[in-house]
Design a protein around this ligand. Structure first.
Ligand SMILES: Nc1ncnc2c1ncn2[C@@H]1O[C@H](COP(=O)(O)OP(=O)(O)O)[C@@H](O)[C@H]1O
Ligand SMILES: [Mg+2]
Length: 255
């Protein structure tokens, strides 16, 4: 599976989800996690920070002759390699927007690596602009997440429309494989309302809900995703279940 975690805004749990789903998939095969957000949060979730653009995804997008395997950080977790971002990714993206090539840049950079991995997980920044489209162009499946924020359901609909639009404009093949709640608060009315709104649509709502948990911010501080730091916690178990649910969904889509 090649999966991008996308949303129309930030702070909804994308990076946490990308990191934990990537670790969970690492139990099922070889995984590459790719940070396509110039804020480089996915790397930070594992304590990995690029020193400059030269040892990050930015270098691969900027210079097609760069060797990706020299930049990848190997075995940051069991079964998991990581390609970090760097703030200069923003500058490189702006440059590629003017010269052309941004949309296909991530797909082109990852192409030589596809046979090395069973699964690739991309984290994106919280918008639906050029770099996110470049990530979408490199995958077959997209996961979008929502929280109890009342605007969340609208955000999910925006991602679905974005994918639809670019299947037509850019000939992308990525489909919305899943819509998941990344911070489920069973006592919160807002969360139930968002869920209710999404249940009334034909969007692929995941059965697995990631519980709201203090372990998540604690694990960010510890630079270890919860699936690694506290694998028996309810939030880690939910992420393991979400990864399996996504694999089944992606297989159904491919069939
Ligand atoms: N299940 C959860 N329970 C509690 N806090 C969470 C949960 N998921 C994410 N968070 C917190 O929400 C904030 C935003 O999460 P993050 O994954 O960085 O979102 P995004 O990548 O969409 O900006 C972070 O402070 C993170 O620790
Ligand atoms: Mg993020």
């Amino acid at each position: 599976m090649r999966l991008a975690v996308c949303s129309s805004k930030g702070g909804v749990g994308k990076t946490t989800t990308a990191a934990n789903v990537a670790v969970a998939l690492g139990r099922r095969g070889r995984v590459l996690a790719v940070d396509v957000d110039p804020q480089e949060s996915l790397g930070r979730a594992f304590g990995v920070v690029a020193k400059g653009r030269y040892d990050s995804l930015a270098a691969l997008l900027e210079d097609p002759t760069e060797e990706p395997r020299a930049i990848i950080r190997h075995d940051v977790a069991p079964g998991l390699d990581l390609l970090p971002a760097h703030p200069m990714l923003e500058t490189v993206a702006v440059h590629l927007t003017t010269t052309g090539g941004l949309t296909t840049s991530v797909r082109r950079a990852l192409k030589p690596l596809l046979s090395d991995y069973d699964h690739i997980v991309l984290d994106t920044r919280g918008d639906l602009t050029g770099l996110t489209l470049a990530a979408v162009c490199a995958v077959d499946s997209v996961l979008t997440v929502f929280t109890s924020d009342p605007g969340s359901a609208l955000g999910v609909a925006r991602v679905a429309a974005f994918l639809e639009q670019h299947r037509a404009y850019e000939n992308t093949s990525a489909v919305l494989a899943g819509v998941a709640c990344a911070a489920w608060d069973p006592h919160g009315r807002a969360a139930r309302e968002v869920l209710g709104a999404l249940e009334g649509t034909d969007l692929p709502l995941m059965r697995t809900r990631i519980p709201l948990s203090r372990r998540v911010p604690t694990s960010t501080l510890a630079k270890l995703p919860v699936v690694l730091s506290t694998p028996t916690s309810s939030v880690a178990i939910a992420y393991l279940a979400l990864a399996d649910e996504l694999l089944s969904a992606a297989e159904r889509v491919a069939a």
